[in-house]
Design a protein around this ligand. Structure first.
Ligand code: ADP
Ligand code: TRP
Length: 331
């Protein structure tokens, strides 16, 4: 039997280069040899996106992003999380096997508490139960499809470890392998893609290079990358430059070697390095952008693809819940 790869992306904003190299591209590589299940994590997005129009649009944008990047819905089961109610049943069951202390340690929750205390606010201000229990729902997303490997960026590894913890607690309690224990699949070379300001590229930092912006905006965004005050003449170290780090993702080996020696030789300013980066980024993204625009122009077809995916997914999800219910004595 083929192993199973599963991942999801929250529809909370524009897809960016970090999502593409950290999650979408490795996931599509894995889909060549694994049985793949990829989804839009729309109920996860509900924790933060409260505007219905915005959420509705964002769900389609993320779905179109997957398809434009090359996901083949005939080979990959591709669906919306909200179309699989079994996920929420499993999440409830997993709650009974999840220590509250484990949730207290989750990065996203801890960061929100920390931010509140720095501001002098009540530590729980603005934190909803969706955020607090986020790792349980994510574990259900993963475990329900008997996933072996979960391709994600480094920031998500803690969540996968929590899913392992929950699956192991269930298996230990019933003294049988009720649930499969998943593994994280992190690609070291794209584990953390830097953003415009050098921090991790993230919607929440406002430092993203979006995947599907038009050429003009893409160029403008790349020109905004923060640089140091080295002069044009000064030799520069490519390995310390986030422009070069991004360049490596898009350029072939010869192009990388050529630009690295121009950095080291001096005589090239940051503006020129950014132009070179824009050239290779745009070369890769323009065909994907065209496909994306075509998909977004036909939402009914897109929705049909997602509905067909959900139809394929539900029997698998239902079998996992049934197995767990039987083991638990609630069958
Ligand atoms: P954001 O941080 O912009 O909100 P998400 O949390 O929605 O992004 O991430 C969706 C997927 O993309 C996850 O698998 C995540 O690990 C990956 N990802 C996001 N940003 C990056 C990044 N800068 N580098 C590598 N992977 C990333
Ligand atoms: N938590 C992930 C993120 O913020 C999205 C996600 C939800 C996910 N459920 C998942 C990723 C299951 C992998 C598997 O990006």
């Amino acid at each position: 039997m083929k192993k199973i790869s599963l991942t999801g992306i929250k529809p909370t904003g524009d897809l960016h280069i970090g999502n593409y190299f950290g999650a979408i591209k490795p996931a599509l590589e894995l889909a060549k040899e694994y049985d793949a299940r990829y989804f839009i994590a729309d109920y996860h997005a509900l924790n933060t996106v409260k505007d219905p129009k915005e959420l509705n649009l964002c769900i389609r944008q993320v779905a179109a992003g997957w398809l434009a990047s090359g996901l083949d819905p005939d080979k990959v089961i591709f669906y919306r999380q909200s179309s699989i109610p079994e996920v929420f049943e499993l999440a409830t069951m997993l709650m009974a096997f999840t220590a509250k202390g484990l949730m207290n340690r989750a990065h996203a929750y801890k960061a929100a508490v920390q931010e509140n205390s720095e501001k002098g606010d009540d530590t729980d201000a603005g934190i909803n139960m969706g955020l607090f229990t986020y790792p349980v729902l994510m574990a259900a997303d993963i475990i329900i499809f008997d996933s072996d490997i979960v391709p994600v960026g480094k920031d998500q590894v803690q969540h996968i470890e929590m899913a392992q913890d929950m699956a192991q607690s269930v298996n230990a309690n019933y003294k049988q392998q009720v649930l499969k224990v998943p593994q994280a699949g992190v690609q070291e070379d794209s584990a953390v893609i830097p953003g415009l300001d050098g921090r991790k590229m993230s919607k929440s930092y406002g430092n993203i290079i979006p995947l599907f912006e038009n050429e003009k905006t893409l160029r403008k965004t790349i020109m905004r990358i923060t640089t140091n005050s080295q002069t044009v003449e000064e030799p520069k170290n490519p390995d310390e430059s986030q422009i070069f780090m991004l360049y490596k993702l898009f350029a072939d080996a010869d192009e990388q070697a050529a630009l690295a020696s121009r950095y080291r030789a001096g005589g090239m300013g940051w503006g020129e390095a950014k132009e070179e980066l824009f050239r290779v980024v745009n070369r890769t993204l323009s065909p994907i952008r065209e496909k994306y625009d075509a998909i977004m122009a036909d939402i009914p077809s897109l929705d049909k693809i997602l509905a067909q995916g959900a139809e394929k997914a539900r029997p698998i999800a239902s079998a996992t819940v049934k197995r767990f219910r039987k083991a638990a004595g609630v069958d």
